[in-house]
Design a protein around this ligand. Structure first.
Ligand SMILES: [Zn+2]
Length: 112
């Protein structure tokens, strides 16, 4: 499993960064929990910001889950295998998207 050591430490670094990002997003939410501004325009902006914050938080959480799964797969020896066709995922692809679970063929099929 040594061949994935580098990717594994890369994934862990990504995980730490995402956790930090998520913490700061969550702090933003807390900050915007202060009573809404009376001015309607400002209120609308604030609601929009909350939506963006929600979106960022959700996508960070999804990414964290995918990274955790990838690390678990490295640990149990299932890493780098396409979920759909069971074929090895291209190493170059794994370098760019270390937590991808589909090979290029299946990923592009899924997109179309
Ligand atoms: Zn595939």
């Amino acid at each position: 499993m040594k061949e994935y050591d580098e990717i594994r430490s890369h994934l862990i670094a990504m995980l730490e960064e995402l956790n930090l990002r998520l913490t700061s997003i969550t702090n933003d939410i807390k900050h915007s929990d202060t009573p809404l501004e009376k001015d309607f325009a400002e209120q609308a902006t604030q609601n929009e910001n909350n939506e963006v914050v929600d979106y960022l938080g959700n996508s960070a959480r999804t990414e964290i889950e995918m990274i955790k799964q990838a690390i678990a797969k490295i640990d149990n020896g299932h890493y780098g295998i396409c979920q759909v066709c069971d074929k090895p995922i291209n190493k170059e692809r794994l370098k760019i998207m270390p937590y991808s679970t589909l090979c290029i063929k299946c990923a592009s099929k899924k997109e179309h």
